[in-house]
Design a protein around this ligand. Structure first.
Ligand SMILES: [Zn+2]
Length: 309
C-alpha cells in the first residue's frame, strides 16, 4: 500500500466492490483462488484469497463471514445482495433464499434501507461505477430483463447509471473488467482493456466520491458455467483489478470487497455453496470492519465509517 497516492485532508471514503459468487474456501488445489496466480492479492494478504489468510489489522482485514443468513438451503443472489446492500436479513424476511432479481418485497427493503440512498441523504457523493448499454435499457423496458439489486439501489438514490460513452472514456467500468464479454452483444465496438486498467479507472472514479459501488458477476457466471472463461482468467482479472487499485487509489479511501454467496471456489459443480464469503477490507478505515460476522453487518458499518447516522 506504500505506493497509494497521498491525499491531504480528505474525509473518509469507501469503495464497495461486490463480487457475485465467491466463497472463502481452503487453500487447496481445487480452489481456483489458490491454484491461479494472484500476485496483487497474495502481496496484500501474504497468501491467496483463502481461509488461511484470515486476519484483522488496522489497515487490512480478511474475514470469513456468513452468507447463509440462518436460513436452510443454498444462499441466492436476490436475498444475499439485498442483505448486503441494506443490512437487513432479506432471507429471514422472506423465510427463504430467493435467486436472481428482487421482487416487490425485496424492492421495498432496498427503497427504504439501501446503502447508496442513505449515504447520499447523509451528504455523501455516491457513484455506481458500472456501465450499462442502451441494449440493456431496452431489455428492461421490454421487461425481458429485470433490474438487479445494485441497479435498484442506485435508482432509489436517484443516481444516473453510467453508459458506454463513460466506459470508453474511462469514467465507468464493465462488469467483466476487460470489457470483452460486455462488448460481445453490443452494436458498437468497445476497446478491450487490461483488468489493472479497470482498477485504475475505478480508483479515478472513487477519488471523487465518498461512496463508490462496483459490481462484478464474472465469478458467479463462470461458476454456473454460463460463460466461456477459464477460472484462472477470472482470478487473474480480479487480481488485476486489485493491482490497479493498490497502485492508483488515493490513500484516504478504504476498499471493502465482499460477495453474496459462494460458488466459484468449488469448480467441480455448478451450484452455489454454503461456504462463508470473504470480507476483505484495506485502507485507513479497514479495522472498522474487523468484527463483522455476517452479510448484515456491512451496509451499517459503511454508513458508520462515512459518518452517516
Ligand atoms: Zn449464481
Amino acid at each position: 500500500m506504500a505506493t497509494r497516492i497521498a491525499s491531504d485532508e480528505a474525509g473518509p471514503a469507501v469503495l464497495l466492490i461486490f463480487v457475485d459468487g465467491i466463497g472463502l474456501g481452503p487453500d487447496s488445489a481445487t480452489n481456483p483462488f489458490a491454484d491461479a496466480p494472484s500476485p496483487a492479492l497474495q502481496g496484500l494478504l501474504g497468501g491467496p484469497l483463502c481461509l488461511e489468510q484470515c486476519q484483522v489489522g488496522e489497515q487490512l482485514v480478511l474475514r470469513a463471514i456468513d452468507a447463509t443468513l440462518g436460513v436452510e438451503g443454498l444462499p441466492q443472489s436476490a436475498t444475499g445482495q439485498t442483505t448486503l446492500f441494506t443490512g437487513i436479513n432479506a432471507a429471514r424476511h422472506l423465510a427463504r433464499h430467493v435467486a436472481a432479481f428482487p421482487g416487490p418485497r425485496l424492492r421495498s427493503l432496498i427503497e427504504s434501507h439501501g446503502v447508496m440512498k442513505r449515504a447520499q441523504r447523509g451528504g455523501c457523493r455516491v457513484v455506481f461505477a458500472n456501465a450499462f448499454s442502451s441494449e440493456y435499457f431496452e431489455l428492461l423496458e421490454q421487461r425481458r430483463r429485470r433490474p438487479s439489486v445494485t441497479v435498484l439501489s442506485a435508482w432509489s438514490a436517484e443516481l444516473e447509471l453510467l453508459g458506454i460513452d463513460d466506459l470508453v472514456e474511462h469514467r465507468a467500468l464493465s462488469w467483466d473488467l476487460c470489457r470483452d464479454l460486455l462488448a460481445k452483444p453490443l452494436a458498437r465496438p468497445v476497446p478491450i482493456i487490461q483488468a489493472s486498467r479497470a482498477g485504475e479507472d475505478l480508483a479515478g472514479l472513487a477519488s471523487e466520491c465518498e461512496l463508490t459501488v462496483f459490481e462484478t458477476f464474472l465469478p458467479d457466471l463462470a461458476g454456473h458455467q454460463r460463460i466461456e472463461i477459464g477460472s484462472r482468467e477470472v482470478v487473474g482479472r480480479l487480481d488485476g483489478l486489485v493491482a490497479g487499485l493498490l497502485r492508483f487509489l488515493p490513500d484516504h479511501i478504504t476498499v471493502v470487497l465482499t460477495s453474496d454467496h459462494g460458488n466459484f471456489e468449488e469448480p467441480w459443480h455448478k451450484r452455489h455453496t454454503r461456504n462463508p464469503v470473504p470480507l476483505l477490507a484495506f485502507g485507513p478505515q479497514a479495522g472498522r470492519f474487523g468484527d463483522i460476522r455476517c452479510l448484515t453487518g456491512i451496509a451499517p458499518r459503511i454508513l458508520q465509517t462515512l459518518g452517516v447516522p
